[in-house]
Design a protein around this ligand. Structure first.
Ligand code: ATP
Ligand code: MG
Ligand code: MG
Length: 594
């Protein structure tokens, strides 16, 4: 494991752990409110972070950064990371997304169980479980004169909010008494008003330079069935109201979010402070910290735009191996370790920047280099005929060959069994490994030149056969006797190149999907550009290749290094023994644009 580099969040946590300033409070609620720590935090010295997705889509590589960050900090500092669904928006949320998100987090290598005092606790939460408490908190604000029901139209509200240069204008409903507001708010809850007819707003400051403090809406009327609470509610809390409360009820110490929430922090603090004054929450309160979201070149990470790619058929689904979703990366062959490594390397900062896509590919190579078994595959096959084979080796003879599955094995580790295959009169080679007229410096097959068939024999090229169009249909060579790899004297005949190959007798035809970047523009949606205009039309090329027997026996999801070609994975969905299907994860080195 790589050394963990420090960052501003680590510095804050280390300071808090030293000073005990985060040490969590005892929550003043009642168990019926649904919060977990009704009896107080069993371990107040621990730091608590959370990963709070809205279950309205599939997670993407940006979320992976947030998952690795939040779960990683909790792991590294002996804390707990809560898995919480921020499910306060009933229209867009579905059980299907809940399941896929839980699956993605676990696949990435994280979990939400923690052990304390010999007891294991689950830290899986749903914000919708706190609706009762949130409603009570809203009533308390109303009674304290800190919230009011506004019956202006959305247009009026927008116009009266002002902008960066103009202060807002008070709503005519702002001076209602707490009693009037409470009655109205209860009517809202009881379904006596139409959707959108009125909202509950916090009463803060319509002239605040921070527009988020100009009496933000905190509850709205919305008749929609919720995936968890069904039709119990027809009013729902706004995200900005719900989120701080969720954090406080769960005793979150460090609430880490992306930079666009920086302007919301004053409201986050205002709300929690008021609820603590009203004795609904106890201090110390959670603190929000912002970091820069992940921007990855050649990738879009907006759920809405990703949905468009799926719905318009530009990709085969959310798990298309070209998608930056976690299910897509997984199907492409990315490993959890490579994504964790990527997240660690990109670090966390407070300034937005772009991370080069190759950073992700390099992390994959660094993870698989020592793990992925090697194998030979011929992606652009042409037949090589060893014309003297029958005389030298015997008609129909197949000579067994073997190569190690891993070139290096760590000390004390047992090497995996060698790959076994055979060589006979005909083998598949790459078309580019033969040149009738060799370019300068060419060391592979051309008439009169000798090369080694890797793990097999030295062969000497004698010519080729062509069809009417002049295309090479077979390369001809003779096998040089007594040169089989690994036998005494095999190196007596010197060659300048060894080429990869697959026997015609035991090679297996495989579907190979050569994936490339989905966009040809490094910033496909920058500046409001139409991202579909830069779709790379060559991002998936499907070919038939020949693979050695060990590859044909792969289990779905098994990763390999195809010698000289790069890293490939047996497709999780479509690969089956007897019908091999491989996805290219990435080449051996960065060759984009070359
Ligand atoms: P989208 O904007 O694509 O709909 P979202 O940000 O609304 O995504 P959430 O489900 O609210 O998605 O996100 C869950 C968590 O993941 C949040 O804490 C959010 O800050 C974080 N997150 C989302 N996108 C990124 C990103 N690109 N980089 C880092 N963290 C991210
Ligand atoms: Mg969101
Ligand atoms: Mg977002």
């Amino acid at each position: 494991p790589e050394h963990k580099t420090s960052n501003f969040l680590r510095a804050i946590i280390e300071r808090d752990l030293e000073q005990g300033s985060h040490a969590s409070r005892r929550w003043a609620g009642t168990p019926g409110d649904g919060a977990h720590h009704a009896a107080g935090d069993p371990d107040p010295a621990k730091i608590r972070t959370r990963f709070p997705p809205e279950p309205n889509g599939y997670l993407h590589v940006g979320h992976a950064k947030s998952i690795c960050l939040n779960f990683g900090l909790a792991r590294d500092y002996g804390g707990v990371c809560h898995m919480r669904f921020d499910d306060t928006n009933p229209e867009k949320e579905e059980k299907e997304y809940v399941d896929s998100i839980l699956d993605a987090v676990q696949w990435l290598g994280f979990g939400w169980d923690s052990s304390f005092g010999g007891k294991t606790e689950s830290h899986l939460y749903y914000a919708s479980d706190y609706f009762d408490f949130m409603y009570r908190a809203a009533e308390a604000l109303v009674q304290a004169g800190l919230a009011y029901v506004d019956e202006q139209t959305p247009e009026q509200m927008r116009a009266n909010r002002g902008d960066f240069t103009t202060p807002g204008t008070d709503s005519p409903f702002r001076s209602r008494t707490p009693a009037e507001n409470l009655a109205r708010f209860r009517e809202m809850r009881d379904g006596q008003h139409a959707d959108g007819a009125m909202v509950l707003r916090a009463k803060i400051d319509m002239a605040s330079p921070n527009i988020n403090l100009r009496d933000p809406a905190i509850y709205r009327i919305r008749r929609a069935t919720h995936h968890n609470t069904g039709d119990r509610w027809c009013i729902y809390p706004m995200y900005t109201f719900a989120h701080p409360i969720e954090d406080a009820l769960e005793n979150i110490t460090h609430s880490i979010c992306t930079l666009e929430f920086e302007d919301q922090r004053p409201f986050y603090d205002w709300l929690l402070d008021k609820l603590a004054e009203l004795r609904l929450l106890a201090r110390p309160l959670p603190r929000q910290y912002e970091f820069a979201r992940l921007n990855l070149t050649y990738v879009i990470t907006s759920k809405r735009k990703l949905a468009q790619l799926v719905n318009d058929g530009h990709v085969s689904g959310w798990d298309d191996p070209r998608m930056p979703t976690i299910v897509g990366l997984r199907r492409r062959g990315y490993t959890p370790e490579s994504i964790q490594l990527f997240a660690e390397r990109i670090g966390v900062t407070k300034a937005d920047s772009w991370i080069d896509y190759s950073t992700l590919e390099i992390a994959l190579r660094d993870d698989l280099e020592s793990k992925a078994h090697r194998g030979m595959a011929v992606l652009d096959p042409v037949k090589l005929v060893l014309t003297n084979w029958d005389e030298v080796m015997g008609a129909g003879h197949l000579e067994p060959c073997a190569l190690p599955a891993l070139p290096h094995v760590a000390e004390g580790q047992t090497p995996p069994p060698a790959r076994e295959f055979t060589i006979g009169r005909e083998v598949w080679i790459e078309r580019e490994d033969f040149a009738e007229v060799p370019p300068k410096g060419y060391k592979r097959l051309f008439p009169g030149n000798k090369v080694r068939l890797k793990g097999g024999f030295v062969v000497e090229c004698t010519g080729c056969e062509k069809d009417a169009e002049g295309r090479v249909t077979a390369v001809l060579a003779t096998v040089v006797p007594d040169t089989k790899s690994g036998t005494p004297g095999a190196d007596a005949v010197k060659v300048k190149a060894a080429i990869t190959w697959v026997g015609v007798a035991d090679g297996v035809a495989a579907e190979v999907r050569l994936y490339d970047r989905l966009f040809s523009d490094a910033h496909p949606d920058a500046g409001g550009r139409d991202f579909k205009a830069s779709l790379n039309l060559d991002s998936c090329r499907v070919i038939t290749a020949y693979v050695e027997p060990s590859l044909a026996q792969a289990a779905p999801d098994q990763k390999f290094q195809f010698e000289r070609h790069g890293y490939f994975v047996a497709d999780r969905q479509d690969h089956a023994p007897g019908r091999p299907v491989f996805n290219r994860i990435t080449g051996l080195k960065d060759s984009w644009g070359k």
